[in-house]
Design a protein around this ligand. Structure first.
Ligand code: FA5
Length: 339
């Protein structure tokens, strides 16, 4: 029996074959099991002798099985190493098509436009300032002349945290932060991420980007504001674009305006981005409200301000003819590689 077992084990080519061999000897109907079953019908002396022999055989069998199993595992890994090793010096075919074989990443289309705008505004003497994304009611609303029961609070549906803070709904919070930390005259831009509890569709995201701009000086007019916005749009589009200016209401500006752009996704013909109106809201703006200046400790008789709040996602959509705002955060390389 021992020679038979040794031959069967040696012949087993893989783990399944080895399991079968084990079964053949020690399974329910196995050869060794058969021997053990007969022990009861033997004389006590025979039983001792056969029992002992059976135990020795079992020990030998286990030893052979274990050795074979080890050998099979080792040779399996050896062949895996042959067939499945990774040559890290090889350029994957998918990437070799990009930029002549060298794959390099690039910034997100929103970041690209943001950086261009930062360059043009810093060249005009603006500083880039930042503010927290988790804000308090005072910086998002109170200091911006929204009273507690102001209906305009509902214009921007807000995510609140359990600690009573909120996710800023606009970059206008940074107007207040800048007024707290800088001395006028000042010129700032504040690009950044904002959040609204919003039903998502082709032109609305819950998480999007704005770029705030503000100038505070002794004499600031609507003319200054229009010039700034014209510069901004010409820089991004490289040509004059069709815009329309309407009165707009925001508690922190007086007067306030909405600047709309002719929709460049459909060329004004009507699509889901412009809600079939042919126009897209991109640049609300106005002169800083005296109450905002006062709450920052500035005398409105001495200081004036102008501010705008650019919707960066929508601007970039107009720039590249992007038909759905959801592409920006979808993380799809097919989309991102186009820019
Ligand atoms: C504001 O957020 C004001 N803080 C803007 C402002 C600043 C006015 C300074 C006056 C002075 P509004 O809620 O309209 O305004 O948003 C500004 C822009 O952000 C919109 O024109 C639009 O382009 C963009 N926007 C608003 N909601 C969304 C959204 N859910 N998804 C994508 N873009 C949005």
């Amino acid at each position: 029996l021992e020679a038979e077992a040794a031959a069967a084990i040696a012949a087993a080519a893989d783990a399944e074959a080895l399991a079968q061999v084990t079964q053949n000897f020690t399974g329910k109907k196995g050869a060794l099991t058969g021997v053990m079953k007969q022990l009861g019908s033997l004389t006590p002396e025979e039983r001792t002798a056969v029992g002992k022999a059976a135990n020795t055989f079992k020990a030998k069998l286990d030893e052979l099985l274990a050795a074979k199993e080890k050998q099979l595992t080792e040779s399996k890994f050896a062949s895996l190493a042959e067939t499945e090793f990774l040559d890290l010096s090889v350029t994957p075919p998918e990437f070799s098509q990009v930029r002549g074989g060298v794959s390099s990443g690039h910034t997100h289309p929103i970041t690209q436009t943001q950086r261009r705008l930062e360059a043009i505004f810093t060249s005009m003497g603006f500083s880039i300032v930042d503010g927290p994304q988790v804000e308090d009611d005072y910086h998002n609303f109170g200091a911006l002349n929204f009273t507690d029961d102001h209906p305009a609070r509902d214009m921007q549906d807000t995510f609140y945290t359990v600690t009573g803070h909120l996710l800023r709904t606009h970059t206008s919070t940074v107007q207040i932060r800048a007024l707290e930390s800088m001395k006028p005259p000042l010129r700032i831009i504040a690009p950044g991420r904002v959040f609204r509890y919003e039903e998502v569709d082709a032109s609305h995201e819950h998480t999007f980007y704005q770029m705030e701009g503000m100038i505070i000086d002794r004499k600031v007019s609507v003319g200054n504001l229009l010039h700034l916005m014209q510069t901004l749009l010409t820089e991004v589009f490289g040509r004059e674009v069709d815009v329309r200016l309407r009165p707009g209401y925001f508690p922190f500006v007086e007067p306030g305006f909405e600047l709309d752009m002719k929709c460049l996704v459909c060329n004004g013909a009507g699509c889901s981005v412009c809600k079939h109106s042919g126009w897209v809201e991109v640049l609300p703006c106005g002169l800083v409200h005296p109450n905002v200046l006062r709450s920052a400790g500035l005398d409105p008789a001495e200081w004036q301000g102008a501010a705008f709040g650019l919707g960066l996602n929508r601007l970039v959509m107009m720039q590249h003819g992007i038909e759905d705002i959801r592409h920006f955060m979808a993380g799809k390389l097919e989309f991102l590689r186009q820019f």
